[in-house]
Design a protein around this ligand. Structure first.
Ligand SMILES: NC(=O)c1ccc[n+]([C@@H]2O[C@H](COP(=O)([O-])OP(=O)(O)OC[C@H]3O[C@@H](n4cnc5c(N)ncnc54)[C@H](OP(=O)(O)O)[C@@H]3O)[C@@H](O)[C@H]2O)c1
Length: 331
């Protein structure tokens, strides 16, 4: 690496970039956001000016041709992740791509193959994994603080108003499971530390054809069961419970705790409840700093595209089950 800071470009003027990831890159100790691209040059120009980004481009290709850029952040609609990740890899850019990494496991594998072929790093932007709250829960589960793990219940729901939003569009990889249920699948697999062998799901389908609401179950070979619900039409709720033979944890601000302190509730026996306060952190900043550190100092990424492919394999099986009216599907 020719500089001590990773020089980032962002493909698009997406909301999540504007609201969370671009500012996290700008605040990071080992990165700088040097360019933004949009399909419209005027949109890119106005965005760059408003958010203090030095360079702008009127096409994504033009940004990828900029040799000053080391890495790109891709917050495009889900259906465009594969195409632009592969194009970025071909131009030698390291890639942090939004979740879900691809529309299918096969897409994720193709993206990883392109990254490997061009010797660049690729990671899916599941930011909650970098929050110390998630790390604390993981450590407690792995250290046996809950006894034997038995059950995980997770939820991620919110009300999505605008009818034109990409999440309502089947052709863009929309749907509740793709958008927020993917977190539930991810946290379940991460906490159990193995892959489910069978899944079952029921969905309510919206008028555009995407799942507006889903309830799913994951069955693991070790006997652990994980249940989740996700929705684009319900009051906001993002939380999980992880339960073992000796105790259970309740995590009420699971995926987007913000930068305020958060609390993990530990229940052990009828009377005993402990509260673990976790100091607030910007999980987006921790994620981009980890990614930049991996590139600049040749450290392995904590999460690979192969892991993202596993998440998609489970998501594909859940959709298959939901389309068959809840028939169990082997993963
Ligand atoms: N990790 C998180 O916390 C988090 C949160 C929200 C979303 N996300 C993920 O981030 C991605 C973007 O979500 P978002 O809500 O930020 O999306 P968004 O605001 O709708 O932005 C998507 C951007 O993609 C570009 N684009 C290119 N082709 C498009 C097309 N045919 N239709 C619409 N937009 C197109 C547009 O940028 P230009 O017009 O500038 O080219 C648009 O601004 C998704 O993969 C989503 O799952 C992650």
């Amino acid at each position: 690496m020719s500089s001590k800071k990773l020089r980032w470009g962002v493909l698009s003027t997406a909301n999540i970039g504007r609201a969370a990831v671009n500012p996290a890159i700008q605040a990071s100790h080992n990165g700088e956001l040097i360019a933004v691209a949009s399909r419209q040059e005027e949109t890119a120009r106005a965005f760059a000016q408003q958010w203090d980004i030095p360079t702008y481009y009127g096409s994504y290709d033009a940004l990828l041709d900029d040799e000053a850029i080391d890495a790109v952040y891709i917050p495009l609609p889900n259906s465009l992740h594969r195409e632009w990740t592969i194009k970025a890899a071909e131009k030698g850019k390291h890639i942090l791509c939004e979740k879900p990494l691809g529309l299918t496991a096969a897409e994720c594998e193709a993206m990883q193959a392109a990254a490997d072929a061009h010797d660049v790093r690729l990671m899916e932007a599941f930011m909650y994994r970098f929050h110390p709250q998630t790390e604390t829960v993981l450590a407690m589960v792995r250290d046996g603080a809950l006894g034997d793990l038995r059950m995980i219940q997770s939820a991620f729901t919110f009300r999505l108003a605008p009818p034109g939003n990409i999440r309502w569009k089947p052709e863009m990889g929309g749907g509740a499971l793709m958008d927020v249920g993917c977190y539930c699948v991810n946290v379940s697999r991460t906490l159990v530390g193995e892959e489910p062998i069978e899944v079952q799901a029921f969905a309510q389908w919206g008028s555009s054809g995407v799942d507006a609401q889903m309830v799913g179950t994951l069955r693991f070979a070790s006997g652990v069961l994980a249940q989740f619900d996700c929705s684009l039409t319900m009051e906001r709720r993002e939380a999980y419970v992880v339960a073992g033979t000796e105790a259970y944890l309740r995590v009420p601000a699971a995926f987007l705790p913000g930068t305020k302190d958060t609390v993990i509730h530990e229940h052990r026996g009828r009377q005993k409840t402990l509260q673990h306060t976790i100091p607030g952190k910007d999980e987006y900043r921790l994620m981009v700093e980890h990614f930049a550190d991996s590139v600049l100092n040749d450290h392995p990424l904590r999460y690979t595209a192969a892991e993202a492919a596993q998440n998609m394999r489970v998501i594909e099986a859940l959709y298959a089950s939901a389309r068959k009216g809840g028939q169990p599907v082997t993963v």
